[in-house]
Write a protein that binds this ligand. Sequence first.
Ligand SMILES: Cc1cc2nc3c(=O)[nH]c(=O)nc-3n(C[C@H](O)[C@H](O)[C@H](O)COP(=O)(O)O)c2cc1C
Length: 134
Amino acid sequence: MRGKIIYYSETGHTRSAALLIQQTLGCPLRSVRTFPSINDCSVIIIGSPVRDEHIHPAMRSYIGTQIWKGKTVYPFITCGGVFLPVFQEIRAVICGARITDDLVIRYGFNGNLLTSPKDITAWAERIMIRHGTL
Ligand SMILES: Cc1cc2nc3c(=O)[nH]c(=O)nc-3n(C[C@H](O)[C@H](O)[C@H](O)COP(=O)(O)O)c2cc1C
């Protein structure tokens, strides 16, 4: 197995986005609640909600349990729109990994997806083009 999508979601937004990404990539999808291992993967897509302008604490704690050296990581976040330091934070806590493209997915107050699903799929397709089938 080469790839995995690992997410944390409280109200379902990040899980929905992760499912959409999975439709393109076809790789396994795991919640951090199941403590997935990344030992068997070279490419990991991680998805976290933004919580008080930070990466969600549950995702942050999970990241600390894994060894990221040598992995390629594509992070995405879901949020209402205030996310400025989050990718820097993700880059700081995921030590030794190659982190290239990231993606912001916005949801409105009533839970509607504001980012175009086409943009989400296009992001996943770029990963697919780079790495082939995961
Ligand atoms: C307690 C709390 C704090 C939040 N803080 C932010 C924030 O700082 N910036 C932002 O853009 N969205 C914020 N949000 C919105 C969530 O990031 C957004 O709804 C996200 O998509 C939730 O993902 P989930 O449904 O997968 O849990 C917050 C939501 C909650 C409940």
